[in-house]
Design a protein around this ligand. Structure first.
Ligand SMILES: O=P(O)(O)OC[C@H]1O[C@](O)(CO)[C@@H](O)[C@@H]1O
Length: 458
């Protein structure tokens, strides 16, 4: 059986004044086993929030058919935010060629892909101005169906497409939302435009392996069957590992809990390779929104190797001992050889690079950084995947969803809700004049008034 990923945890055991030792892990054995049983039982019953564990077993036929329809467009604009966009960004960055949208159509053989996430007018205006709207598909994704930023972009895009295509505008829209409720579900019903469901038991940040991530991925030529296959294999292999020191998800969950308890309240995610840059972004929402409640949780820090060796490493190595650092390396990278020899004497000192492979350099940097951090007494986890391709990305995604859920149970919090985001939304609705939220205007002005005190202008 070939490996899906390897996790080396030797570097996670550090001494110093707040040690995390192997025996501490053994003490958690019963707890993590019980958390795993809970996860699988509730998953089997498709309990709200646990549905992501069943996604590797979904029927992909409808998603593939919609993907085929989408692939006929010149461009795809996905409108969504948070879990309704970050997974797509991660899959596109990892599995599409670099500079994808600039590639010639004959090479790309699939539509250009754009995400409209942040309600920034500059981005939105310049994007729509560069598109032929009649040849553009708009995928509007929202589990709740009413997220303000997504709704704002959607209303604008809908108006623009209507101006261009009149009654046929809904032909260019795909709605991905809750199967029964929400404004977008109502819109899909009233216009008859195409739609896909986000299973009710699947939360936004756990939805990348549902139609949320897979419809667009399929349209862009990403092999979603292999993606889901990788997740399925990970699920089945984890299910067979019933001993703590053989189950990498159990082990990572315990290690993260123990370092959090030891005051290492930041979880740095540092993949090596541009194609994994947005994996750290996706992880940040998954980790932060799942664990950051009731005073628990550790702060996800996005980093990128080798770039952050020249930015953050000083802090990681010699700054406060408040971080658990995960380095993700890749075994097989595209071969890119540096020149064998350069006949300029002045460059003689660089001969150590002659004929070397750039990909090897990146992995050597990952191992060297891991070693330097261990030497500095900082805890690290070194994770490696065979290559950046659908099967291994599917496995990696499912693995981290699993680890995050287990850490939540070990921290005795619910990893599947996000009550802390609602207050800000109520204030936004009140200031935007949404019916039923007037009562919050005074409150938000009061609190913002407090922020504005002692304003210094220069
Ligand atoms: O998919 P929706 O409902 O539009 O929500 C988008 C994102 O906003 C949040 O609800 C946070 O505000 C996330 O949990 C979610 O991924």
């Amino acid at each position: 059986m070939d490996e899906l990923l390897s996790v080396s945890v030797g570097g996670a055991f550090v001494g110093g004044d707040r040690p995390v030792l192997r025996e501490n892990i053994d003490d958690l054995s019963r707890m993590v086993e019980e958390a795993d049983v809970l996860l699988r039982e509730k998953g089997r019953d498709d309990v709200d929030g646990f549905g992501w564990i069943n996604l590797p077993y979904q029927d992909l036929s409808e998603t593939i058919e919609i993907g085929r329809w989408l692939s006929g467009f010149e461009a795809i604009v996905q409108i969504g935010i948070g879990g309704s966009a970050l997974g797509n960004r991660m899959l596109a960055k990892a599995l599409l060629p670099p500079f994808y949208n600039e590639l010639d159509a004959s090479v790309r053989k699939a539509p250009k892909f754009y995400l409209l996430e942040n309600p920034d007018p500059k981005t939105a205006v310049s994007l729509l101005d560069r598109l032929d709207l009649s040849k553009t598909a708009f995928i509007v994704v929202s589990k709740s169906g009413s997220t303000t930023e997504t709704a704002a972009h959607f209303l604008w895009a809908w108006q623009k497409v209507r101006e261009k295509m009149g009654e046929r505008a809904s032909d260019n829209f795909l709605i991905i939302t809750d199967p029964r409720k929400g404004i977008l579900r109502k819109f899909a019903k009233s216009t008859g435009c195409r739609s896909l469901n986000i299973p009710e038991s699947v939360g936004g940040r756990y939805s990348v392996l549902s139609s949320v991530g897979l419809a667009t991925a399929s349209a862009l030529g990403i092999n979603i069957e292999k993606l889901v296959q990788g997740a399925k294999e990970m699920d089945q292999r984890l299910a067979l590992r019933s001993h703590l020191w053989e189950n990498p998800a159990w082990l990572l969950a315990c290690i993260n809990l123990l370092h959090a308890k030891a005051g290492r309240n930041m979880a740095v995610m540092m993949p090596y390779g541009d194609d994994l840059a947005d994996f750290a972004e996706w992880f940040a929402q998954l980790w932060g929104e799942s664990l950051g409640k009731e005073g628990c949780g550790t702060t996800p820090v996005r980093a990128l190797g080798a770039i952050d060796q020249h930015s953050q490493l000083q802090l990681y190595a010699e700054g406060p001992d408040d971080k658990l650092i995960t380095i993700i390396d890749v075994n097989n990278r595209p071969l890119f050889l540096l020149p064998d020899v350069v006949d300029i004497d002045a460059l003689k000192d660089l001969e150590f690079l002659y004929g070397k492979a750039l990909g090897d350099l990146l992995s050597i940097e990952a191992r060297s950084t891991a070693s330097a951090l261990v030497k500095a007494g900082k805890p690290i986890i070194y994770l490696k995947i065979p290559e950046v391709s659908e099967r291994y990305i599917g496995a990696l995604v499912f693995f981290y969803e699993y680890v995050t859920a287990l850490v939540g149970f070990l921290m005795k919090i619910n990893p599947f809700d996000q009550p802390g985001v609602e207050q800000g939304k109520r204030y936004i609705y009140s200031l935007m004049g949404r019916k039923g939220y007037k009562e919050y205007v005074k409150e938000v002005e009061e609190y913002f008034g407090a922020c504005q005190k002692m304003e210094i202008i220069i």
